[in-house]
Design a binder for this molecule. Structure first.
Ligand SMILES: Cc1cc2nc3c(=O)[nH]c(=O)nc-3n(C[C@H](O)[C@H](O)[C@H](O)COP(=O)(O)OP(=O)(O)OC[C@H]3O[C@@H](n4cnc5c(N)ncnc54)[C@H](O)[C@@H]3O)c2cc1C
Length: 435
């Protein structure tokens, strides 16, 4: 089963609100001859585009190969939330790694948000960026932990962009009684993910990055010069290679796919809502994310819809009833939308690691991979691309730090990995439903 082909028409973007929101799709040519280059990048999502752009700025000659279209993967279909921190909160990071390393994790995640904002400004990317995410908990038992994290960030990390919200504040701000407490993070934000991906690609091309679409890599042979084989018979030879395929990697590099698993996640967009109704959910245009194991995340669109994400599945193929799955979760938060029409539903594939921290790998001296952002990759993938560029350019400091995070393989051989993951995930999502 090939995740690049199984859920979407080949070479096309999904039928999402984002695809409908862009003025023009990208139309880069496919590879039509054998090529030699300094750097070859497989995958044109945020990781690959950011790496390509950063490397070109450093003077390297870069080729990006994309099986479908720029932003075809998670980067063109996600919830658009540019969150703070890593997937673990700082409290957990401190307990596990100690304060000094936890602080480096925090600095990396702050640099990641900054990288997104700088790229938007530097390249004039019109992607509807808005500040503010409200992070919430559904569970009364988690409230003190949530508030402790806010205090910790203020006291030890000097992060003063947070405001605590109790359940009354939340029901006033969001017009729902679903949440026990939360906090507003004004240092985080949200954007139109596909517009951002396309904007990065335009910036990269301006810096002479060569992007090829509909150019699927089927095999890689490592060497002093790596050889990359495409499905149309052409080859690309390169000095350095980056895999930035995330959830769509398949078995192209088994050393990575042992440790990084694909899972599918789903989103809907409602019909255009009356201004008064949408304003009652989003007084200040903030996005919302909760702390369920399979989180709900939602936000307003500039054209006055509710974009609501949540719900996962752990088989290769998307379920037929995506609308039913996500709508049910939306109605729990907003019963007011019982009769609202759903205009768009779509799914996407992301990648998780066992630790839920990203996996930075040096496969060979001149072949690298970054993936497994575990649902927290909008900002982190953009910075990760830059970190790979730094590494290739001789500064390995941030790569070495991330590369040292232990990354365990998923249990079992390749045929067992999926069932084991499914069992684990089902257990946690069952806990969500029971709590
Ligand atoms: C539904 C959904 C909602 C999400 N919401 C959020 C959110 O709100 N906030 C957040 O922080 N994160 C979110 N994420 C995660 C985030 O989108 C990802 O972490 C991030 O986009 C990963 O970027 P990437 O470039 O590494 O991978 P991708 O964007 O998936 O790009 C990989 C690319 O590689 C290409 N490719 C793969 N194999 C080959 C091959 N053999 N040959 C050529 N090309 C190949 C694919 O076609 C694809 O375009 C979400 C993900 C999903 C699916």
């Amino acid at each position: 089963m090939d995740l690049l082909k199984i859920n979407d028409p080949e070479g096309e973007l999904p039928n999402s609100l984002y695809t409908h929101s862009i003025k023009k799709k990208t139309n880069y040519t496919s590879v039509k001859k054998d090529m030699i280059c300094q750097i070859c990048i497989i995958g044109a999502g945020y990781t690959g585009l950011s790496a390509g752009l950063s490397l070109a700025e450093l003077g390297y000659e870069v080729v990006i190969l994309e099986a479908n279209r720029v932003g075809f993967g998670a980067s063109g279909r996600n919830g658009g939330q540019v969150g703070s921190g890593q997937r673990w909160d700082q409290n957990k990071l401190e307990k596990h790694f100690g304060f000094d390393q936890a602080k480096t994790f925090w600095e990396i995640s702050e640099a990641a948000k900054q990288e997104v904002i700088s790229r938007i400004k530097q390249h004039d990317i019109e992607c509807d960026f808005c500040s503010g995410i409200i992070n919430t908990t559904v569970n009364k038992d988690n409230v003190s932990q949530l508030f402790n994290e806010v205090e910790l960030l203020k006291q030890k990390y000097n992060y003063n962009k947070l405001e605590i919200l109790n359940s009354t504040d939340l029901s006033k701000t969001l017009d729902t009684n679903f949440y026990a407490a939360g906090y507003l993070d004004l240092g985080a934000g949200h954007l139109n993910p596909l517009k951002f991906a396309i904007g990065l690609s335009i910036a990269a091309v301006k810096k002479r990055v060569k992007i090829f679409e509909k150019s699927c890599v089927i095999k890689v042979k490592y060497g002093i010069k790596n050889t990359i084989f495409l499905d149309n018979g052409y080859q690309v030879k390169c000095e350095n290679l980056l895999f930035s395929c995330n959830g769509y990697l398949g078995n192209l590099e088994p050393k990575i796919s042992k440790k990084v698993m694909p899972i599918n996640n789903f989103i809907l967009a409602t019909e255009i809502l009356e201004k008064k109704l949408l304003d009652s959910f989003f007084k200040n245009n903030y996005a919302v994310a909760d702390d369920k194991f399979v989180p709900n995340y939602f936000r307003p669109s500039p054209d006055k819809r509710l974009i609501f994400g949540g719900g996962e599945n752990y088989t290769y193929k998307f379920p037929k009833a995506i609308k039913k799955l996500v709508r049910k979760r939306m109605i729990k938060v907003y019963p007011q939308l019982e009769n609202t029409q759903i205009d768009f539903v779509w799914g996407g594939t992301l990648a998780v690691t066992r630790s839920r921290l990203p996996y930075f790998a040096k496969i060979k001296q001149n072949a690298f991979s970054v993936s497994g952002y575990s649902g927290h990759g909008v900002a982190l993938s953009v910075l990760s691309g830059k970190i790979i560029a730094e590494l290739i350019n001789g500064n390995s400091k941030r790569f070495d730090f991330m590369n040292k995070i232990p990354a365990k393989p998923f249990p079992g051989n390749s045929s067992l990995q999926w069932p084991m993951l499914v069992l684990g995930m089902l257990w946690y999502s069952l806990r969500d439903r029971l709590s």
